[in-house]
Design a protein around this ligand. Structure first.
Ligand code: CAA
Length: 260
């Protein structure tokens, strides 16, 4: 499969997807979305692939936002008729049940920050900069920035970022809980791929359910979430991988997973 705006390669059970429009700081055009939907669908459909990493090409940007040049002359009626930006959540986030990591290598602004927040977690280079500067363009986040950022870092920082349009550096993003780890720039991809390989080596059904459980925490009351968590735990106890995992622990050996 060849793509116009991204690069895709596999390393064992890990799919590495690289946004590849460095001359436009990897701005997220409609073609990028189309390419990402195809690549993530292929990742999701391939039983040999267990975890993905998404990063940006070049040293400067993960993605500097939705493509402003594409949006500049677009009539409002078209944005509405196409339900512009809707596909990011329905076709990318919701359709990808397997875990994936964003490796943020530079600017993650506007849609770039929003895309990173669609990942299950973010590993950032010490050069990373996050922001929701849409207000400076006379608009507001449209791919989840106001909602996912508020859930990730709380109201104070989310309001600050959206209303002032200022950038947050990697250290502040880690303190605020937006990113799970910050690493030296040169270590970013190796570290993200290592984390992905670790996840890829886990029992696959347990990986899917762990992801589902954590995501549920943002959608339910505590009581409903705790109930769903217990039920999912109980379902997992019926898998062959649970029998293998516990036997392997007792026998002091590595487990061998079947994915059932
Ligand atoms: N869309 C289209 N092109 C973009 C872009 C974007 N979001 N961001 C950068 N580019 C292009 C620039 O136009 C420039 O192209 P040319 O060489 O053809 O002029 C090239 O990438 C390099 O950018 P700069 O020369 O601006 O680089 P810089 O180092 O001086 O500045 C920057 C870097 C601070 C990130 C600056 O590019 C910038 O502010 N970019 C826009 C950030 C932004 O506003 N993002 C939000 C977009 S709206 C959105 O995302 C809506 C949403 O909620 C989904």
């Amino acid at each position: 499969m060849s793509y116009e705006t991204i690069l895709v390669e596999t390393q064992g059970a890990v799919t590495l997807i690289t946004l590849n429009r460095p001359q436009a700081l990897n701005a997220l055009s409609s073609q990028v979305l189309a390419d990402l939907i195809t690549a993530f669908a292929a990742f999701q459909a391939d039983p040999a692939q267990r975890c993905a990493v998404l990063t940006g090409s070049g040293d400067k940007a993960f993605a500097a936002g939705a493509d402003i040049k594409e949006m500049a002359d677009k009539p409002a009626a078209e944005f509405y008729a196409e339900d512009f930006f809707e596909g990011w959540t329905s076709k990318l986030v919701k359709a990808t049940r397997k875990p994936w990591i964003a490796a943020v290598n530079g600017f993650a602004l506007g849609g770039g920050c929003e895309l990173a927040m669609m990942a299950d977690f973010i590993i950032a280079s010490e050069n990373a900069k996050f922001g929701q500067p849409e207000i400076k363009l006379g608009v507001a986040p449209g791919m989840g920035g106001s909602q996912r950022l508020a859930r990730a870092v709380g109201k104070a920082k989310a309001m600050d970022m959206c209303l002032t349009g200022r950038m947050m550096d990697a250290a502040e993003a880690e303190r605020g809980g937006l990113v799970s780890r910050v690493v030296p720039h040169a270590d970013l991809l190796p570290e993200a791929l290592k984390a992905a390989q670790t996840i890829a080596a886990m029992p696959p059904l347990a990986a899917l359910m762990n992801k589902e459980m954590v995501n549920l925490a943002f959608e339910t009351t505590l009581d409903q979430g705790l109930l769903a968590e217990r039920r999912m735990f109980q379902v997992l106890t019926a898998t062959q991988d649970k029998a293998e995992g516990m036997a392997a622990f007792v026998e002091k050996r590595a487990g061998v997973w079947q994915g059932r």
